[in-house]
Design a protein around this ligand. Structure first.
Ligand SMILES: [Cu+2]
Length: 170
């Protein structure tokens, strides 16, 4: 019995070391997941001016579960208010407004918040967003609860983030 336990323990240690190596290798891209909800990629745009009072962040969220979930809120210290926004054309004018009731992520589906579409809107930025830094945000899901993400801040005009390569083989 001891022999078997020791073998199992060694197996677990080996697996843990392999995981550490995997995460170390992928250090620039931070993967986060909670149960079936996976944050596949994310980025924020650096402030174009030090006087900027608002900013936007974008996430791609996958739901690997068999029931739908909803992104219902965003929390963080970076700004005095953070909302889930949608972009709409009204009378030829692009306007943004808060998404009522959050965004559904269908079972087995994926949603992408992207420039020109849905985004995480930060209003009342406490400091400008600086390229190369990370922005800590907490995504709030109806079922999965709160998931912390460290969002890489890219150039002011960035259109997409980097994919999380550590998930590609799954
Ligand atoms: Cu907005």
């Amino acid at each position: 019995m001891m022999k078997i336990l020791t073998t199992i323990r060694h197996g677990v240690v080996a697996a843990s070391l392999a995981l550490v190596a995997l995460f170390a290798f992928n250090a620039p891209v931070l993967a986060h997941s909670m149960g079936p909800i996976h944050i596949e990629s994310s980025f924020a745009r650096a402030s174009a001016s030090p006087a900027a009072k608002s900013g936007a962040a974008y996430v791609t969220i996958m739901n690997k579960g068999d029931t739908a979930d909803r992104l219902i809120g965003v929390e963080g210290d970076a700004a005095s208010m953070i909302q889930i926004h949608k972009t709409e054309m009204a009378n030829g004018v692009m306007t943004m407004k808060e998404v009522e009731g959050g965004l559904e992520i269908p079972a087995g589906g994926m949603i992408a918040l992207e420039p020109g579409g849905n985004h995480l809107m930060m209003m009342g930025l406490k400091a400008p967003l600086v390229e190369g830094q990370t922005l800590p945000l907490t995504l709030v899901f109806e079922k999965a609860g709160k998931i912390d993400v460290e969002i890489p801040v890219l150039a002011p005009g960035a259109m997409m983030g980097e994919m999380d390569h550590s998930k590609m083989k799954q």
